[in-house]
Design a protein around this ligand. Structure first.
Ligand SMILES: [Zn+2]
Length: 321
């Protein structure tokens, strides 16, 4: 007798009833680029549809839209006016992320605020840590990261997301936040962050290309999967509340494996290169951008992502609610 799985695909209602994975607006986090200065809203050329926004009326207007579209959380990146060796504006109360947090927390309390914690957007050399003798120093970087995280939280951040890939930073940040009585603030750790070519457009967006060398001494080798599990488990041990895999599309196996290994939520970062390829593919008439996008995000969720950080979020949310 022929077995007939097609029976369950025959009717639209039935297909909806038996679907295993569904994408909703609740899954999405929208990244925002906050640029120090006034009255700035400039489209990022390599990320069409995404903007540099100053922490004033320009951000306010965008936040209104974000809330209206049903997005629950944003991930904030800062672009300072001045950069120096230690990235001091990353932890200044007057830094762009700190200002944005205060504004958003006060005027849009329903929006969940996550902040990226790293130095690369703030250092003159564009590296994620303190550089001495041409080397990124792991332990010397930790105090700067903890100060940055603390200043975000003091400004109203609901969650911090360290993206630097220094060893021991989750524990250092956890201890600092606890010391200051911020024990309720979760940490989303960029645990398996690969040295990927898919970050190209982001570096334009954050003006954070390193002025020498690259990030392969701290970001992961794309050839390694078991190492991602080791990183994820270490971060769980250090106190991470959510584990992130970045990028997403070329690393679905990593999302899947991390999900099997840890019992906390897993986030996927649908990175700038993934975004730009789909956008440009659609504009060039090669694919239906919308359909390919939904299929890609669905694949991330099917692989195990509980939440997805995506530049498409704002555009897509309304359709998914
Ligand atoms: Zn960095």
């Amino acid at each position: 007798m022929i077995k007939r799985p097609r029976r369950l695909r025959k009717n639209n209602n039935l297909r909806d009833l038996v679907v295993e994975t569904k994408l909703t607006a609740d899954d999405l986090i929208y990244p925002l680029f906050i640029k120090e200065g006034k009255d700035i809203k400039s489209e990022i050329p390599s990320l069409p549809g995404c903007y540099h926004l100053s922490p004033d009326d320009r951000l306010r207007a965008e936040a209104e839209k974000i809330v209206q579209e049903g997005i629950k959380g944003v991930l904030l990146f800062g672009i300072p006016q001045k950069r120096d060796k230690t990235g001091s504006s990353s932890r200044s109360p007057q830094g762009p992320v700190q200002k944005a947090c205060r504004l958003l927390k006060e005027e849009f309390p329903q929006l969940y605020l996550i902040t990226d914690v790293c130095l690369c957007g703030y250092t003159s050399h564009g590296h994620c840590g303190i550089v001495e003798e041409g080397e990124i120093k792991n332990d010397a970087t930790l105090p700067y990261l903890t100060e940055t995280a603390l200043s975000h939280v003091e400004s109203g951040a609901d969650m911090v997301a360290p993206s630097d890939m220094m060893d021991g930073r989750v524990q250092a940040i956890r201890e600092k936040l606890d010391e200051e009585d911020f024990y309720d603030i979760p940490i989303m750790s960029y645990a398996a962050k690969y040295a990927s070519a898919y970050y190209g457009p982001f570096r334009d967006a954050c003006e954070s290309s390193p002025d020498f060398g690259d990030r392969r001494s701290h970001q992961m080798n794309p050839g390694n999967a078991r190492e991602a599990l080791r990183e994820a488990l270490l971060d769980v041990e250090e106190g991470a509340d959510i584990i992130m895999v970045k990028p997403a599309l070329a690393y679905l196996d990593i999302i899947y494996r991390v999900k099997q290994e840890v019992n906390i939520p897993v986030a996927a970062y649908n990175v700038s290169g993934e975004y730009s390829l789909i956008k440009n593919g659609g504009q060039a008439g090669l694919v239906s951008a919308r359909a390919v996008l939904k299929e890609s995000l669905l694949a991330m969720k099917r692989a195990g992502a509980d939440l997805i950080i995506s530049y498409h979020a704002l555009d897509l949310a309304q359709e998914l609610v």
